[in-house]
Design a binder for this molecule. Structure first.
Ligand code: AMP
Ligand code: GLY
Length: 435
């Protein structure tokens, strides 16, 4: 069996690693891949960008690929699944219509309102004066969101009304985020701990994954700028079986039923970013794919072969084959380049990956390339060091032992990944308050 994985980050290295352990897999092409996928058994990088839909389709046909797995959102939102299916090729991910859940926050918000799915209240604007008037009349500070894809940077949490207005102007007048920011959501600000629930789905059956929490801010104690994610851990102790059950019944199942009823059945990974408020779990955002770095926590906990599960999603038979998860915990620490998420240098040699792996860590590459067979830095987020252990503390201790063995000039990482999951960390939503 020949597989194609699309993307180049830590998530795609984790996917390629997990797929390489599936029965019957001869070859995995990764487009474009990174230094880690270049040195994973049975994997080969192909120099095609994730957004080159024509090139990817041609390659999959010529190389007789049996199954394609899409990592990032951009090709899904651009309709890669529809293109491959029309050509008779098996591909894992949602159609363009279903991927609007991530590709258009305006669509997702209106969809949730139509189907009674709990989410922050929001209004949608394209006109600055109307948006400003609305913000000025709000009782709380708003959250401002670009409707389209903005690489995780399109959400503003202003501290003052002036800051909110400046954010609206930047998007609606000055074209920050381009067309993605030409429509904005002005959303009520919710409070409570955050958690991510991802599920594999064939459109009907929900195969929930271990609930995870990520760390978006650059610095310890959740300070500093937002990043693509500096680490993650799971299973999150916030997600009691009761909460998980509520999320499935109140959020995931109605979302799948609503999309099916609207003629856009959802196949793939459905990722709900949630806030556990005093009124219960509410959706902050949907993603239409595995999270990065969430996948680097979740995939090492999957006890089954991944290929048959992905096939069951595509074929609509997930009810006969629900995924089984390890009872262990996993923690991923991201090692980044000095300066990230701003400007940073690349081309620095990386040492010690084998030492970290010898301790039992899995080191998933993100921004790396091989030069003369040796890994060098090539991006902002460079490596994802994952530890698996009996509990979160043990998993974190292993991940950090691995991080301690790895060196490259200017390496930056948080020292408190998974601390939120330890006893004593915030583990409940806030009490209902009367404002
Ligand atoms: P999103 O990309 O929509 O998940 O938003 C990025 C981050 O902004 C989330 O992880 C939250 O920390 C924060 N956020 C988004 N929406 C809200 C909201 N309605 N209230 C409070 N915080 C929010
Ligand atoms: N880690 C958040 C995301 O993948 O969107």
């Amino acid at each position: 069996m020949k597989l194609l994985v699309i993307g180049s980050g830590g998530r795609e290295h984790a996917l390629a690693w997990k797929l390489s352990r599936s029965n019957g897999v001869e070859q995995i092409f990764v487009a474009p891949g990174n230094g880690g996928t270049a040195s994973t058994p049975r994997c080969r990088n192909v120099p095609l960008q994730a957004t080159d839909l024509d090139g990817l389709l041609r390659f999959a046909q010529e190389a007789a690929v049996d199954l394609t797995v899409v990592g990032p959102e951009a090709p899904l939102v651009a309709g890669i699944v529809d293109r491959f299916r029309a050509a008779g090729l098996a591909i894992f991910g949602p159609s363009q219509a279903a991927a609007r859940l991530e590709g258009s926050k305006a669509f997702a918000k209106a969809f949730m309102e139509r189907h009674g799915i709990p989410t922050a209240r929001a209004r949608i604007f394209q006109d600055l004066a109307e948006a400003v008037a609305y913000v000025e009349g709000m009782e709380t500070l708003p959250v401002i969101k670009a409707s389209g894809l903005a690489g995780g940077k399109g959400v503003l949490l202003p501290e003052t009304v002036q800051e909110a207005v400046a954010g609206l102007e930047a998007m609606l007048v000055h074209g920050r985020f381009g067309p993605a920011g030409a429509t904005v959501l002005v959303e009520e600000r919710l409070q409570g701990p955050e958690l991510s629930i991802l599920a594999l789905t064939d459109g009907h059956t929900v195969g929930v994954m271990p609930p995870v929490q990520d760390h978006k801010r650059l610095l310890d104690g959740d300070r500093g700028p937002n990043t693509g994610g500096m680490g993650a851990f799971g299973p999150s102790p916030l997600a009691t079986p009761e909460l998980l059950d509520r999320v499935v019944r109140e959020i995931l199942e109605p979302t799948l039923a609503g999309l099916a009823a609207e003629g856009a059945p959802y196949v793939g990974v459905l990722y709900a970013g949630l806030m556990w408020t005093a009124q219960g779990p509410k959706v902050l955002e949907f993603n239409c794919r595995f999270g990065d770095p969430e996948a680097q926590v979740i995939l090492p906990l999957l006890e089954d072969d991944l290929v048959p599960l992905l096939r069951a999603c595509i074929e609509g038979s997930l009810d006969r084959f629900l995924p089984r998860w390890s009872s262990q915990a996993a923690v991923t620490v991201v090692m980044a380049s000095q300066g990230y998420p701003g400007a940073y240098e690349t081309g620095h040699p990386i040492h010690g990956i084998e030492d970290a792996e010898a301790l039992g860590c899995r080191v998933f590459h993100a921004g790396t390339v091989l030069q003369r067979g040796r890994p060098v830095t090539a991006g902002g987020r460079v490596l994802n060091v994952t530890g698996v252990g009996a509990c979160l503390e043990e998993a974190a201790a292993l991940a950090y032992a691995g991080v301690g063995r790895i060196h490259f000039p200017g390496a930056v990482y948080r020292r408190d990944i998974a601390r939120r999951g330890h006893p004593g960390a915030a583990s409940r939503p806030p009490e209902p308050s009367s404002r």
